[in-house]
Ligand binder design. Sequence first.
Ligand SMILES: *[C@@H]1O[C@H](CO)[C@@H](O)[C@H](O)[C@H]1NC(C)=O
Ligand SMILES: [Zn+2]
Length: 850
Amino acid sequence: MSLLSPKWGLGRSLLTLGPILLVAPLIALKQHYTLPEPQTAPINTRTGLPQISEARILGFAKHLSEEIGYRTVGTYEHALADAWMVEQAEEAKRQCERVVRESGRRLECEVWRQQGSGTHRFDMMSKRLYKSYQNLTNIIVRLSDGTDEGKTHALLLNSHLDSTLPSPGAADDAVSVGIMLDCIRVLVDTPDWSPAHAVIFLFNHAEESLQDGSHLFSTQHPIAHTVRAVINLEAAGTTGRELLFQATSEEMVEAYSHVPRPFGTIFANDIFNSGVLLSDTDFRQFEEYLDVPGLDIAIVGNSYLYHMRKDLVENIEAGVAQNMGENTLALIKHLTAPGSAIPTLSSNTNAARMHMVYFGLLSHFFMYRFATAKALYGAMLAGALVLTRAQWTGQARGVLAVLGGIGGALMVPNIVALVTVHGLGRGMSWFAGGHFAAIGLYGPAALLGGLASQLLVPATDEKTVYAATLLLQSSAALGIQLLNVGSAAMFFISGLPIFIALLVNDLLLTTRKGEVSLWVYALGQFLPLMTGTLIMVPTVEVFVPLTGRMGAVPADHIVGTLVAVLGAQALPLVIPFAHRFGARALRRVVLVLGALTVVNMGIYARREVFDAMHQKRLFVLHLENATTHEHHLHIANADGAPGFDALVRDITTEFAGLQAAAVPVVMDDYNSDWDSLYPFSAFLSPYKIALPLDPAYVSPWTAPETSFSLKAVNEVTDLVAGTRSFTLQVRHPGLIWTVIAFDAHVLAWNLDDNPPTEYARHHVKEASFYKADMWTMDLVVKLPPGADGEIAFNFIGLQEGAMWPAKKAVKAQGGPAMILFEALDGWLDEKTGGTVDALLLGCVAGTAVV
Ligand SMILES: *[C@@H]1O[C@H](CO)[C@@H](O)[C@H](O)[C@H]1NC(C)=O
Ligand SMILES: [Zn+2]
């Protein structure tokens, strides 16, 4: 083909470029979705050496999540999991001792069952919050070479055994528990393996109650001070490669680069640290109380099932556990080997000192320091300036075209969102279809906006716009990196091929000044499209399900904007390309895309938001007020999809009678009905329905010996100092996860040394081992002038025996709450065609003046 004029027309150009450019996202998708072959055998038949066995890992996960079941902290099942874990650890230790007896290897396995109580402050979502826990447990296994030196510096592996309120927790986090157990087996059975530095496996038994288990280990375990680095294994999904989403030291990233299939980017790290994902892991406790760096790794694909009933082994994609297991094993081997960085990882290494860019691309894992990044991006900008000097004069127009393109790409998806939500009343129509559905709706819209905008900006020639694209990408890379944000790499990765393509164009391809060869688009767009896909797909994959639990946010605008921004970043050369064929051709393309977008909106408007595997989350409380003796049903959702009010009306008529009314209630710090979920409750938009009372009902929660009670002991009132000090005793037989909320000016308490120096509202949440049914709190409060200092406490707790479906098997224990839940759950299933997952909790609450 002639590389010069006459230029090919639009159709011929697209037909040539299309197939080439289609390969880029395909390569990216293949990399993103490929998982290793799951192994069943514990020993590799070819090498005769032990290997990670997915079958064994999933066997553990299945036992925990199905045979034992919902392991909510404080329940009977939670105690069963504790006993099971002790047995597994002891068995591992016996195997270890057998191996050592037979081989004389330098290997020692030790086991602890830690049990203890404590308190910690746990602020989240900008709320001040305190935790108090009684007799919670952790199971700990340490592998070392048996020497004191070998135990001086240790690597910590953490996963959690417990599951959250409405979930059997197979992926979250039983798979990680299984992986740690299988890693122990492989290491112990590997001939000659002996760790130069110890590895501590923490099977932590209270994460979902807000990280009490990791707090207990970090603050009280005798070997906690030997920990130099941590690897935390988590899950918020059930598919795909596990993601490294937090890394807080360069040495640990270096270690990670040796795993067989790394999947971690500085980009994920920056998103997580921005807090928009609203999630938090045990990593926080290790950072805060052990002051060590580490890696936070989680399964994140398909997070629709996260904290849902369907977080079951059958829904975990084949290969997920194999992949995570092999990566984890490689990390342990690397970090416990002689010469590892473990002993050099001193305390106070933290995120603020992590100055490293990292990302995986095809089979290579790139890593470089911020200083290198600045030099590199600076050099690219300088090179770009030199290369584009012929286009400097018209640059104002070029820049205007590119910025106009970005503006248009952002605007049209938001118009689409506005029309679907407010015009058609069909918001979140992409939800059940997942990230590809979201990209399918907003991608063409963004492209339409980007191209249509070019009809409005002043006419400019192609090469000037190309130069503007390069200059803006390079400036963004350098500018953002100068702010020490490692995600600037995104602009470097897309800028560099654009730069190289221009260089090739000017030196080799064209002879006429100002000409852009068609090949430049193949060359310059391939890598941005590939890396853009590698960033866009997982990001949208995480955000789409997140909109189902973020509360009544403008989900369509969030997702539309996200697709537009990441799409623009993946297709930067669309804008110069738009100026290649003249306004007439561009108008035709815009027309076609416009029609496509309108048709698309029509198709999406017919889609159902939720389906059986992409369910709506419903939060239902049956609340017995022990003070007023009323019973209420509280219902809330955590998404902005249409149809919630109608569903609540139907539930009300069905379960509270035709006369009953669902009253919308305000969610704030004084809404104590939802304190069990505080501060997540801020996402909920609840209704309250009064339930008719069965005259034959005798409450078990008001009898003196079984009641939920608050009382003050060791009371001292000092009128001269104006203070009252006492120990608040909270008794809660049969109830778990108790919460108290009260207003007072606290001068001192045992929760921390730093209560607010004013009259304020406080929330204290408890979580304890099964049957540990009392906790206390020491308080010194300031007496208000002329008052006796009595305090009104709002209290609430969950009935250990009234959580549906966790306690289905023993439903008779649950009283009226469970009777209602069984009926309501069956009715909901039928009414909504299985598209709703309801968290159904029996609560007892009241007010006590102490
Ligand atoms: C915690 O365990 C100890 C020892 O088993 C027991 O004496 C104590 O009563 C328990 N605490 C609670 C609150 O149940
Ligand atoms: Zn978890």
